[in-house]
Design a protein around this ligand. Structure first.
Ligand code: SF4
Length: 694
């Protein structure tokens, strides 16, 4: 929890003249020849002006707004400037939540500097220039100096020798770090050591620890003092899930009367769903138990604090955990990593009694702990064990109505087993936690609609009827900067999502990518197709002296994109997240090839349950879910091409269904430019004339 904020002044209590003044400022900032243009020499963008007006109106009126702001609108300034002015004026907290770290960094390091520079330009805006902003991440991301000292004192009990060096590294880092955040530490800390020294403990209390020495308390204090608090969606929903938020009679999402903007809002339903469900992993449970007592090394929190009986309880829980997850592993059909659970009591409750006994014993030990800190740590361990027990129980009984349950295996050797659940439809909970208590809420992203309508997103996000929804198109001149080709002779993917004709695909991708001097991003929907095509063209592509980058091989996702951008003439193959997250301006990304239309395979239990639900209610699952979802993802893929107003390039669609099926027209209609050209193997040398920067 972040703790109480300063007494909020309800925006409705701002005088009508103060609100009118804010609206006037917003107008003067974004208008043609307004302060942004004349003062900061930023281009006037009508879409940005419209969005800023809508945001200002919405926040001043305490209402909700969904706004799709196409690439190049400058949406962050369109919400930051009105939000900051209202936050300062009304002394209400302004919360901005993003999905990615890169957007958080852009806001904190670049956009807020622009806001400050603008506020300093004129006397009318000067009162806002000293706004305070802070970034808050989940507390497990901060180093806890108290636990670090304790871990050092008890390292012989806690860790095996190999970990002592890692602990020393953290001690050295602790002396020089300013914020104590895990992400600063390179290489990242070892999981076990970080678990023992991070701030994720109920021992946390500003009563005993001062913000002067504690990174987490300092971050919370900064957030309490700040006008703007930047968080990520994951933390936002974790906090809401843990009961954060104003009292019931007060309005506000995270703080009383807060103003809230969720950017990259297209990810909200999925992230919220994750937090609204249960999740237990074999790895996580074993780690938690071994941190209490490791029978092999005889190390752990209870090594000295507990007796033989306590060690036996932990050992029994470890054994039960292994037996239980072995029994779960046997449920997986061959070559399947996901299995939806449909019948309750699908596995014996082998963990229940051992975890219950351990949790009870930890509670007793906490009562008789020698000091308050030790008692807090024991209660913390008890809470974690009890939470696992409860989640396992929920997943065995398929206890929650409207939830989907499944087991999943991950890891290189597929040995980590997860029990998962998620609401089939997160909309009711989203409405309850975001829209109903809101005192001013904006959800925005570059892609929320299928090109014309936001209906699909509105129903997934749980927005109440009559919530204002607005689409501001990108200011780019797509008719002149984008050329679209569709392959007329592509073999149709077999029904049921079978493999495409890989030889045709490899040949066509090689040809199309080779026709541009700059780089090509090829977006796949299947990892298997992607790897098979890469294998076929890699040698010939390398002979051209051009690099091929393949998702999941050699580099992390971020590094892949960086190498691709730097190469300038590479070929990048990606699936899933590459449809949304790649931002490579300039000729280094001159062409986007859409290998297949992004219809999601209903192999994921949540999607499968959504489709079933629509069918069972007499609806058309393809028309209501599959097609709208694919259109949004298609638009996100297209959106990788033109990132700046100096960019130009080519979209190449290799899925013949776009030409042969009735719904293909919807995909063409979702493109930002009207014309497309069809090419085949026979005429491609003449017809396929891609557009790219000179
Ligand atoms: S408040 Fe104390 S226990 Fe919590 S993170 Fe800070 S130093 Fe650690």
């Amino acid at each position: 929890m972040i703790g109480p904020m300063p007494e909020a002044t309800d925006g409705k209590q701002l005088s009508a003249s103060a609100l009118a003044l804010l609206r006037t400022h917003a107008k003067k900032i974004f208008a043609a020849r307004g302060w942004l243009q004349s003062g900061l020499k930023l281009e006037h963008r009508p879409g940005q002006e419209n969005m800023a007006k809508a945001v200002a109106e919405t926040l001043c009126a305490g209402e909700s707004l969904l706004v799709e702001a196409g690439t190049g609108i400058g949406k962050s300034l369109a919400y930051l400037l009105p939000g900051l002015m209202l936050a300062v004026e009304s002394k209400r907290p302004f919360v901005v939540s993003t999905h990615t770290l890169s957007l958080q960094e852009q806001i904190f390091k670049k956009d807020l500097e622009l806001c400050r520079a603008l506020f300093r330009l004129t006397d009318e805006l000067a009162p806002y220039a000293d706004f305070k902003a802070s970034v808050l991440v989940g507390r497990a991301n901060y180093l806890c100096p108290q636990r670090l000292v304790r871990a050092l004192q008890t390292r012989m009990d806690l860790f095996e020798n190999a970990m002592h060096e890692e602990l020393e590294r953290l001690v050295a880092w602790a002396q020089k770090t300013k914020d104590g955040m895990r992400e600063e530490l390179q290489p990242p800390p070892h999981y076990d050591v970080w678990e023992a020294v991070c701030a994720d403990s109920s021992a946390c209390s500003p009563r005993t620890c001062s913000p002067k020495t504690c990174f987490y308390q300092r971050a919370k204090a900064d957030a309490r003092d700040a006008n703007l608090i930047i968080v990520n969606h994951s933390l936002l929903f974790a906090l809401l899930g843990a009961g954060a938020g104003p009292e019931e009679e007060q309005s506000g999402v995270l703080f009383p009367d807060d103003l809230v903007v969720l950017d990259e809002a297209h990810r909200v339903p999925e992230i919220a769903s994750d937090h609204f469900g249960a999740r237990v992993s074999s790895y996580g449970l074993e780690r938690a138990l071994l941190s209490l007592y490791n029978p092999k090394s005889r190390k752990g929190f209870l090594a000295k604090r507990g007796g033989t009986r306590d060690h036996a309880l932990v050992e029994a829980a470890i054994k039960a955990g292994r037996d239980f997850f072995d029994a779960v592993r046997e449920k997986f059909p061959e070559r399947k990593d996901l299995l939806r659970l449909r019948e309750a009591e699908w596995c014996p409750p082998l963990l229940d009694k051992p975890l219950a006994a351990l949790a009870t014993r930890l509670a007793t030990l906490a009562e008789s702990a020698s000091n308050e800190t030790e008692g807090d740590e024991l209660r913390d361990h008890r809470r974690k064990i009890a939470a696992v027990r409860s989640s396992v129980d929920t997943c065995l009984k398929l206890a929650e109505e409207g939830h989907v349950y499944w087991i999943e295996r991950t890891g290189q050797r597929k040995t980590i087993v997860h029990l998962r659940s998620a609401p089939r439809d997160p909309a009711p909970q989203l409405r309850e936690s975001l829209f109903e208590p809101s005192s001013g809420l904006v959800l925005t992203s570059a892609t929320l609609s299928d090109g014309t309508s936001m209906e699909n997103f509105i129903s997934r996000i749980g927005a109440p009827p009559r919530t204002r929804a607005q689409i501001e198109a990108s200011p780019f001149d797509f008719e002149n900067v984008m050329r679209v080709f569709a392959a007329g002779d592509a073999p149709e993917p077999t029904t049921g999502g079978g493999r495409m004709n890989l030889e045709w695909l490899a040949d066509t991708i090689f040809f199309c990518a080779g026709r541009v001097r700059g780089g090509t991003l090829a977006l796949f929907t299947s990892h298997a197709d992607m790897r098979a095509v890469a294998e076929q063209i890699e040698g010939n592509w390398a002979n051209l002296g051009r690099p091929l980058y393949l998702q999941g091989r050699d580099h992390s996702r971020g590094d892949l994109t960086r190498h691709f951008a730097k190469a300038g003439n590479g070929l990048l193959f990606g699936t899933d997240s590459f449809w949304t997250g790649v931002d490579v301006p300039g000729p280094a990304l001159s062409q986007v090839i859409l290998v297949r239309l992004p219809f999601e395979n209903p192999t994921h239990p949540v999607l499968e349950a959504r489709l079933e639900w629509v069918r069972d209610s007499g609806g058309n699952a393809f028309a209501e879910i599959t097609l709208p979802d694919a259109l949004v993802k298609f638009r996100q893929g297209i959106g990788r091409l033109i990132r700046r107003n100096t960019d130009c390039g080519t979209i190449t669609i290799l899925d013949s269904r776009v030409l042969r099926r009735e719904y293909g027209k919807r995909f063409f209609a979702a493109l930002p430019c009207k014309k497309h050209t069809i090419f085949t193997r026979g005429d491609r040398t003449k017809v396929f004339q891609p557009l790219e920067a000179k």
